[in-house]
Design a protein around this ligand. Structure first.
Ligand SMILES: Cc1cc2nc3c(=O)[nH]c(=O)nc-3n(C[C@H](O)[C@H](O)[C@H](O)COP(=O)(O)OP(=O)(O)OC[C@H]3O[C@@H](n4cnc5c(N)ncnc54)[C@H](O)[C@@H]3O)c2cc1C
Length: 431
């Protein structure tokens, strides 16, 4: 709250430097500018972003599967935004789970909860024009329209001080508040004196292929079991293309080819599968430490994200909480501890439930009895009204990230079928 007796608060003319113009950086700028307007506060917000999102391929892309949860799509409205049609690549209404060679379609239980696929950059490296519109580029432009200054620059160092200094190759910017939004795929350029420790990460694997003929543009396909270490692999339609995203532990360098071969996907193409864009992005699997200090707050993946799902939604949440704290409380370490840390802790706690759910799912998949019961329950709900499709909603939410893991966990735990299922399983084991 106080620095040498002076309140650490944003005032008219305060300068905020946001390092990183991915979703977390742009969302923070949008929240800050909206709240500042409400409080008649005039802030100078600058975003420094190294990438050009108009470039196709990994160079212009914050490499991810690009599924936007319905919660995020709703939350955009809070900022007065709605996704333009040219950014949307596909509306997704079914997840097809491939389980022991059989398909189990999970249809969106509530059609009003729309989810979409987007490109983070401008499409695959070896794609053809016209190149798709970038979600990150659109969002950054919205921040610019709301009054943020956007500069294409790489930040080399952020040094602490009475007013922290953000250094690029060409200038040193003094800031009243620095927002670090560099994700987990670049080194955070923070001086060690800040005490920041980045999240633990794991390396994933992605590629892009032309959308195979016969594959619907509304259906995501989810695969399990192969290659070893895979938690799940997804084939996600995006207009003319489909993204392959593999999430797992210690995936080998050959993961994409192993996956295509092991899951029988080579047969989708008559000749060689045209692989259009390869990347090995990192995903955060733990929260960061020391993610706030006097006049510094870390947002998005670089602070904490949701396990495997809806990372862009988590970027929105952390950005909103950091901006609210900075404008309504102040920018000291104590202010962020009181206003920002609880939101990050809630996400961390939710991931604990997420881990339980994915473990439970792994057990279910390995047990033919459980798997068959699960299949029967989902198929039995197909013609029921959305409110009665409780089991479908549990599986849908788990794979789309559309509800918190905690909520999904308790929905499952309180589901009457869950108890009768375990009882019958225990009887089978005892027999
Ligand atoms: C395989 C995979 C699949 C995923 N699928 C999904 C999904 O379907 N849906 C979903 O919601 N989330 C998904 N995610 C998670 C999602 O990608 C992240 O949660 C999200 O991108 C976090 O946003 P961010 O702004 O914190 O970080 P980033 O998106 O990484 O953005 C950081 C930005 O900072 C810039 N930057 C970095 N260093 C500097 C520097 N020194 N100077 C200037 N600029 C800098 C970078 O260029 C970048 O633009 C997935 C992740 C992976 C790995």
């Amino acid at each position: 709250m106080a620095e040498n007796g002076v309140a650490m608060q944003l005032i008219n003319g305060s300068r905020i430097v946001i390092v990183g113009g991915g979703p977390a950086g742009s969302f923070t700028a949008l929240h800050l500018l909206r709240l500042a307007r409400e409080m008649h506060l005039d802030l100078a917000v600058t975003i420094l972003e190294v990438r050009d999102f108009n470039r196709p391929g990994p160079g212009g892309c914050n490499r991810c599967a690009g599924i936007l949860s319905s919660t995020l799509v709703q939350n955009l409205k809070m900022l007065g935004l709605s996704l333009p049609p040219e950014v949307i690549q596909a509306e997704l209404n079914t997840y097809v789970l491939h389980l022991s060679g059989r398909e189990l379609p999970i249809r969106q239980p509530d059609p009003s909860q729309r989810i979409f696929s987007v490109y983070r950059g401008s499409g695959p490296r070896w794609g053809d024009p016209p190149f798709p519109h970038s979600f990150d580029g659109w969002l950054l432009h919205q921040a610019q329209l709301q009054g943020a200054t956007v500069q294409r620059a790489q930040v080399r160092a952020i040094s602490p001080g009475h007013r922290p200094i953000v250094a690029t190759a060409h200038e040193n910017l003094q800031a009243d508040l620095v927002v670090l939004a560099t994700g987990v795929n670049a080194r955070a350029p923070l001086d060690p004196a800040w005490g920041y420790r980045p999240p633990h990460t794991e390396m994933m694997a992605q590629n892009e292929i032309p959308l195979p003929g016969g594959l619907s543009n509304n259906r995501v396909h989810i695969f399990f079991d192969y290659p070893p270490g895979l938690v799940f692999g997804a084939l996600i339609p995006k207009g003319r293309y489909a993204n392959i995203s593999l999430l797992g532990h210690k995936l080998p360098a050959t993961a994409i080819n192993d996956f295509l071969e092991g899951q029988g996907l080579f047969s989708l193409f008559p000749g060689r599968v045209p692989l259009l864009c390869s990347c090995r992005p990192r995903v955060a699997v733990s929260p960061a430490r020391g993610y706030y200090a006097d006049r510094l707050v870390v947002v998005g993946d670089a602070a904490v994200t949701r396990l495997y799902k809806d990372g862009i939604g988590a970027a929105f949440q952390t950005a909103a909480a950091a901006a609210r704290t900075a404008i309504q409380q102040g920018v000291s370490r104590q202010d962020f501890a009181a206003g920002y840390r609880p939101v990050c802790r809630r996400i961390t706690l939710d991931n604990f439930y997420g881990r339980l759910l994915f473990r439970l799912w792994a057990v279910t998949r390995r047990s033919p009895i459980l798997l068959d019961t699960c299949r029967q329950m989902i198929l039995a709900e197909a013609d029921l009204p959305p409110a009665a499709q409780s089991y479908t909603r549990i599986v849908w939410s788990m794979f789309t990230g559309d509800e918190t893991y905690q909520r999904v966990f308790w929905l499952l735990f309180r589901h009457p079928a869950f108890h009768s299922l375990w009882q019958s399983l225990v009887k089978t084991w005892e027999a």
